[in-house]
Design a protein around this ligand. Structure first.
Ligand SMILES: CC(=O)N[C@H]1[C@@H](OP(=O)(O)O)O[C@H](CO)[C@@H](O)[C@@H]1O
Ligand SMILES: [Mg+2]
Length: 544
């Protein structure tokens, strides 16, 4: 053990921390300009090794800053079942990341002691990275951290974030979930997709065509690799494939969702989708004959998927509960449609995938999506078993059997570990094909309420405290009362504010019957935040 600690000290000096730099393990790990991250990567290599020893399982480390600009980078840790690392270890990550150079060993020992980590236990770490030019160098720093503590590592190189989550889950479930290789991932998903579209024999070449915006990132590389496995079951035109443009610059799912417009390089007459920079988010869109842009975001995706699953459950005669998990950012129309028309259970959680994921685990089938397009579907073990039994039952009639087989293939096309743009894309394409739905028909299931998101700069965003899944502010005094009285001025209105977990801003959301009302309400609520929560800089200006 002494020798290992000596090695940590030696290696740590090669990955020095800039004095005074303080970073937080946020909603999606550490994220900042790549030039400040070398020591963070080394230390996350150390921490992942400890986590592996503690859990006696393989742990994942993904080097990416998702939708952030190319100059940034970041790192996320992946727990044994492919889920985000637990909250307690997020705390350790922050502790270790911020320890000054001379205190690294003390912090490391503190974690070892608190968690009673058996240091003679073997450790295994899987590593993946996105296409940023800083990612290769930063990955090496992670590997140095793992080897300093005597851990084993496997570097998957360029993979999407959800592919790495998948590998970790496969490895720790003895390949029950699938084979822990990129090839195994493509085979599992593409075979399930090909089985699903067998139920759409009338699908024309036009319907099989999809434009994909790869955000000039890893998703573009991987969608190309996947395409080869799909045996022309899907015809993909790839734009922003990374050959020319810059990562996430004027493209990608975040750009499309926030700007509500198509990415550069795309002429979206037909069905299109955009991935984000690490391919764990997806949004769809099209432009109608009048040139109007239509966005089909995470809420519309959750609605499409849950409708499909509910119909299959009915056909299969299976009594399984199904819920949709959303956040406060879900469009009010989607919530109303799901609850009132679809009669599915709807849950609202705090922002951040881990919250949605945990809530979704409480149901037989939990469909979760953030409005920005990050999401997946979780099937409980018993739900999977019931579906499998039915598909094998010789006494089942044809209709029930077909539904059970469709459900089975749906399970196989989904990456249950985390939101996955490629897997979600295949599922959505299969649903549209089997139901014979156009993107316009899908869009028409319900109409979004006009909405607006704004950001307000305040001197300390922690003065805002929220409750009820972030839908109500309990501090500062008077803020919620002000929001309530502003909301009353508009029809079908709703508004809330919360401090961002990834940026130094307070986010304001408003929706209402018209775009003008949503914009006016968002502005008035921004002013209330500015005045009551210590706004800095100029007062927010009206949008019109
Ligand atoms: C309104 C919004 O889209 N917020 C995003 C954003 O979190 P904030 O805490 O709002 O900054 O980044 C998170 C990580 O990617 C994502 O999970 C979340 O949905
Ligand atoms: Mg992402």
């Amino acid at each position: 053990m002494m020798a290992q600690f000596q090695e940590v000290l030696r290696q740590s000096s090669l990955h020095p921390k800039p004095a005074g730099l303080v970073l937080q393990y946020g909603t999606a790990g550490f994220r900042t300009n790549a030039k400040h991250l070398d020591h963070i990567m080394f230390r996350m290599g150390l921490l992942a090794t400890l986590r592996s020893k503690k859990t006696k399982a393989t742990i994942g480390v993904m080097v990416t800053a998702s939708h952030n600009p190319e100059e940034d980078n970041g790192v996320k840790l992946v727990d044994p079942m492919g889920e985000m690392v637990t909250q307690a270890w997020e705390g350790y990550a922050t502790l270790l990341a911020n320890a000054e150079q001379q205190d690294v060993l003390t912090s490391l020992k503190e974690i070892i002691e608190k968690e009673a980590v058996n240091m003679s236990q073997e450790a295994n770490v899987f590593l993946g990275r996105d296409t940023r030019c800083s990612s290769a160098r930063l990955s090496q720093a992670v590997l140095d951290g793992v080897s300093a503590l005597g851990g084993h590592s496997k570097d998957y190189g360029l993979v999407t974030t959800p592919q790495l989550h998948y590998m970790v889950c496969c490895q720790n479930t003895g390949d029950k979930y699938g084979e822990a290789t990129v090839e195994g991932y493509y085979n599992k998903l593409s075979q399930a997709y090909i089985q699903l579209i067998k139920h759409a024999p009338n699908c024309t070449d036009d319907q099989k065509h999809l434009c994909v915006d790869g955000a000039n990132g890893i998703g573009a590389l991987k969608v190309r690799e996947m395409e080869a496995h799909l045996k022309s079951g899907l015809q993909i035109s790839l734009v922003n494939d990374g050959s020319q443009g810059k990562l996430n610059d004027q493209c990608g799912a975040d750009f499309v969702k926030v700007q509500q417009k198509p990415p550069s390089g795309m002429n979206p007459g037909e069905r299109c989708c955009s991935f984000d920079g690490d391919a764990d988010r997806i949004v769809y869109y099209y432009t109608d004959s009048e040139g109007q842009f239509h966005l089909l975001d995470g809420d519309k995706i959750a609605t499409l998927i849950s409708t499909f699953l509910k119909e299959l459950l009915t056909q299969a005669g299976l009594n399984l509960n199904i819920a949709v998990v959303q956040t406060a950012y879900a469009n009010g129309s989607s919530t109303r449609y799901l609850e009132d028309t679809m009669k599915v259970i709807v849950r609202c959680t705090k922002t951040g995938v881990k919250h949605l994921h945990h809530a979704a685990q409480e149901f037989d089938i939990g469909v979760y999506f953030e409005a920005n397009g990050h999401g997946t579907v979780l099937f409980s073990k018993s739900a999977e078993e019931k579906i499998q039994q039915l598909s094998k039952d010789p006494n089942t009639d044809d209709e029930r059997k077909t539904a059970a087989l469709l459900l089975q293939n749906t399970i196989n096309v989904i990456n249950q570990t985390v939101g996955d743009a490629i897997s979600d894309m295949l599922l959505i394409e299969a649903i549209l094909a089997t139901k014979g739905l156009t993107v316009q028909q899908w869009d028409a299931i319900y109409s979004d309420l006009p909405n607006r998101q704004l950001k307000v700069k305040v001197s300390d965003r922690r003065v805002i405290d929220t409750t009820d899944a972030e839908r109500r502010a309990v501090r500062p005094a008077g803020l919620q009362e002000t929001i309530d009285s502003l909301v009353k001025k508009y029809r079908q209105a709703r508004s809330f504010v919360r401090p961002s977990g990834t940026e130094d801003v307070v986010r304001v959301y408003a929706e209402a019957e018209t775009q003008e009302s949503a914009d006016a309400l968002a502005h008035e609520v921004s002013l209330a935040v500015y005045r009551l929560a210590g706004g800095v800089g100029d007062e927010p200006k009206p949008l019109h």
